[in-house]
Design a protein around this ligand. Sequence first.
Ligand SMILES: *[C@@H]1O[C@H](CO)[C@@H](O)[C@H](O)[C@H]1NC(C)=O
Ligand SMILES: *[C@@H]1O[C@H](CO)[C@@H](O)[C@H](O)[C@H]1NC(C)=O
Ligand SMILES: *[C@@H]1O[C@H](CO)[C@@H](O)[C@H](O)[C@H]1NC(C)=O
Length: 379
Amino acid sequence: MSTLTLILTFFLLCFPFARSNPFSRPAIFNFGDSNSDTGCLVGAAIESINPPYGHRFFGHPSGRYCDGRLIVDFLLDAMDMPFLNAYLDSLGAPNFRKGCNYAAAGSTVLPATATSVSPFSFGVQVNQFLHFKARVLELREGKGGKKLDKYLPAEEYFQKGLYMFDIGQNDLAGAFYSKTLDQILASIPTILAEFESGVQKLFDQGARNFWIHNTGPLGCLAQNVAKFGTDPSKLDEFGCVSSHNQAAKLFNLQLHALCKKLQGQYTDSNITYIDIYSIKSNLIANYSRLGFQQPIMACCGYGGPPLNYDSRIVCGQTKMLNGTLVTAKGCDDSSEYINWDGIHYSEAANQYVSSQILTGKYSDPPFSDKMPFLLKLKF
Ligand SMILES: *[C@@H]1O[C@H](CO)[C@@H](O)[C@H](O)[C@H]1NC(C)=O
Ligand SMILES: *[C@@H]1O[C@H](CO)[C@@H](O)[C@H](O)[C@H]1NC(C)=O
Ligand SMILES: *[C@@H]1O[C@H](CO)[C@@H](O)[C@H](O)[C@H]1NC(C)=O
């Protein structure tokens, strides 16, 4: 990579105008699940995570379900933006000037039920945003509103900001515990109708720039392979559960169609659909060529090969299992693993996925003419 970095640096020095960032937005508002949760579920004291979470970048668990940074962190970095504060993380002087993150691990698009991991379903996240926006405008109007300039978005940021989404994976993955594949496939339009209704509320509030991630190949997560892939006939050539990936693909097909429909309706808006599924399945299928050693086995977990995943104990935990005290430990080098803890991707994998997003080739509409965006990515 260093030759490439040199060339890019040279290019930058010679053509300083290339630094102008066509993706720069004054603020980012993000909605989703653990794929982009930067501290919500942990901040809301619903879950706690132990080392070695966060060890590769933050040096401590940072509220992220990862050994380091998430895709959203890499994307914000490329946009010259600071990491997003979680809406519910109230300590440590959170700064919401450049946006806010409503994503919460375990969240679904459909309303939460008694057995949901997170009460912060998509509709709740949208309501949190509506409350946030109303409160920001009220505080800005009030006495001393100017003093809050450093901490709160300006009014126009709500219209000029970028609204990012990465949600749906838990609706599908969770359904496999109680429903047949056919029932799950049949429920996808209901999930997407709920998603559309949330996006519509944001649009009605002035949101005009939407950035929508599709869902990944969830059949390749060690958690799903362990539970649903014990019969080898259920697995595809890469060792992923076929039914889960089939559901993800149909979900994505319909999500893509919804994005097209919304783009047709919201003529004054930009809706960008990002094909995370293709990037991640390419990574898993071609892992060794892309610098990884383990496509599916979790780095941090318990049980050893082939999955190193045990649903009874989470990464970083020490627990009595079957009469013995055991610890779910991290591997020596998490950058060799695509999967971090059996459910979430490693920082190294997130970095690869982000670099692919930024090529513009996996998005609709594509953005290949906006290459300067790439220059900020640190390889
Ligand atoms: C949509 O994107 C184009 C091209 O980047 C930009 O010129 C336009 O202002 C954007 N529209 C909105 C509503 O921000
Ligand atoms: C793996 O890489 C090859 C060669 O680039 C490509 O043709 C193939 O589509 C990739 N596999 C997946 C699942 O993307
Ligand atoms: C518990 O330990 C017993 C005896 O070593 C073993 O046969 C059994 O498979 C273990 N069960 C689990 C769930 O690990």
